[in-house]
Design a protein around this ligand. Structure first.
Ligand code: C2O
Ligand code: CU
Length: 482
């Protein structure tokens, strides 16, 4: 182990495990991939679809015996998959049995800020928080995770995360949609162990935060997936704290990218690899020949960073992640969609906002302050956010409460609706977004780097959406706990 001391803005001491991880050809795929169960729900008398979630502690076998202490939702590790349709009203009763305060955030959801589950919607130990909203956005693979300010990395790493799938009856060409059969969630996370426990010693991790040397998918180490249909849709979620994956198949198998973070691509794009930074999602459709196997891998991502940065961020690591095993006879699937899917016109931007990722704990030179509003946006406004990474380190950028289009980048992976985007050192992205409503000057939304250690260190800002004619926003309370 090499210890690197980096002195940047402020004094930051980082230790770094110098060994590049390469598990290529070394993983024995001996466990069937766990499919997170679909969350049960009930339609309440007021017509609202109601889910009950409990954040709790437990133990899980993540490949180092049954005694590994983990956190989960309605279980010991990760949580069930929530599913709802466009136009539905949903309510989620979230009970916190963790023994410490947390929150639960609906990543990618277009909803009022009071229901968002960001750092202001603290759920005290033993309390239940019951946000309610109407699903009003395209079909998409969203997810949920805690967002308590300063402790997000820890709570997510211990295991609180799950998927929230949105369906749109009117939206787009049919895709494989039998959950767990030909529509498979893949929650990809890296872990590091200290004997049989998760290693949570931050001092052992790199400048980007926690980097593991083993991969779990849906909480399953060394997983394989039996495939029984001609086509399968894989919903990839990078739910890791810091690691960027560059997914491909070891056989070079091509796939069709059909959706990104916030919904379907206008036209599916044939690809052979896709890179996802923390928080990003991709929906891909693969057609494996009968009897064939292939391994989903991650090869070193293109971080657009220099050698030192790449080494310091785990960017040279390679992993074998999941083995797909096609049966000798495959059930027929519908033809792959060709598009086009029509998207709502975001309108013409009236405002260009400039943000600068200035350090691994600052945006625009300031660390997150829960009592400071950094941006004020008019409800219904279309804006361009021009986000520059001047920090010299790798980051990504996520905005709550909306989805955006990445302007001027022809890459298919960035051609669909997004809510999180990687920004290499020295690069600027231009994001076109519309704030569909929900004005509330008292409840801020967040924007931040989704490398969770950076977020916890203050690389986050707050914006409010205000109605027409609103004055300056009041100072928000430090937090409002239930
Ligand atoms: Cu997935 Cu503000 O986070
Ligand atoms: Cu960052």
């Amino acid at each position: 182990i090499v210890v690197v001391t980096a002195i940047a803005a402020g004094v930051v001491v980082h230790a770094w495990n110098s060994a590049v991880v390469d598990t290529t050809g070394q993983v024995t795929f001996d466990r069937a991939l766990h499919i997170p169960p679909l969350a049960t729900s009930e339609i309440a008398p007021d017509g609202v679809r109601v889910f009950d979630l409990t954040m709790q502690r437990g133990t899980t076998d993540l490949g180092h015996g049954p005694g590994t202490r983990t956190w989960g939702v309605n279980g010991a590790y990760l949580g069930p998959t929530l599913r709802a349709g466009r136009g539905e009203q949903v309510r989620v009763n979230v009970t916190n049995d963790l023994g410490e305060a947390s929150t639960l955030h609906w990543h990618g959801m277009h909803l009022p800020a009071v229901a968002d589950g960001g750092p202001h919607q603290v759920i005290s130990p033993g309390a239940t928080w019951s946000p309610q909203w109407t699903i009003d956005q395209p079909a998409a693979t969203l997810w949920y995770h805690p967002h308590p300010h300063g402790a997000t990395a820890d709570h997510v790493y211990r295991g609180i995360a799950g998927l929230f799938l949105l369906d749109d009856p009117a939206g787009g060409p049919p895709l494989p949609d039998r959950y767990g059969i030909d529509d498979i969630p893949l929650v990809v996370q890296d872990k590091r162990f200290d004997r049989d426990q998760l290693d949570t010693d931050e001092a052992m991790f790199a400048a980007v935060g926690l980097l593991g040397d083993e991969i779990v998918v849906n909480g399953t180490p060394r997983p394989y997936l039996d495939i029984t249909t001609e086509r399968v849709r894989l919903r990839l979620l990078n739910a890791s704290n810091a690691r960027v994956y560059n997914f491909s198949f070891d056989t070079g198998l091509p796939f069709l990218l059909v959706g990104t973070d916030g919904g379907p691509l206008t036209r599916p794009a044939p690809m052979r690899r896709i890179q996802l930074s923390p928080g990003e999602r991709a929906e891909i459709v693969v057609a494996l020949p009968a009897g064939a196997t292939t391994v989903l891998r991650s090869t070193p991502p293109d971080l657009g960073a220099d050698f030192w940065q790449t080494r310091f961020s785990g960017g040279d690591d390679e992993f074998d992640i999941l083995e797909l095993r096609a049966a000798h006879t495959l059930a027929p699937s519908a033809h792959a969609p060709e598009g086009p899917v029509t998207h709502e016109d975001p309108g013409t931007p009236a405002v260009t906002r400039h943000l600068d990722l200035t350090g691994s704990g600052t945006i625009d030179g300031r660390a997150m302050d829960m009592s400071r509003i950094d941006q004020t946006v008019a409800a219904g406004a279309t804006e361009v956010w021009e986000v520059r990474n001047s920090s010299g380190a790798i980051h990504n950028f996520h905005v709550h409460g909306t989805s955006f289009r990445v302007l001027g980048d022809g890459h298919p992976a960035l051609s669909g609706p997004k809510d999180t985007v990687y920004i290499a050192p020295g690069r600027t992205v231009r994001l076109l977004m519309r704030f569909t409503g929900h004005p509330d000057p008292a409840a801020p939304y967040m924007y931040h780097c989704h490398l969770l250690r950076h977020e916890d260190d203050g690389m986050m800002g707050q914006f409010v959406v205000v109605g027409p004619g609103a004055g300056p926003p009041p100072e928000p309370p430090a937090h409002t706990a239930v």
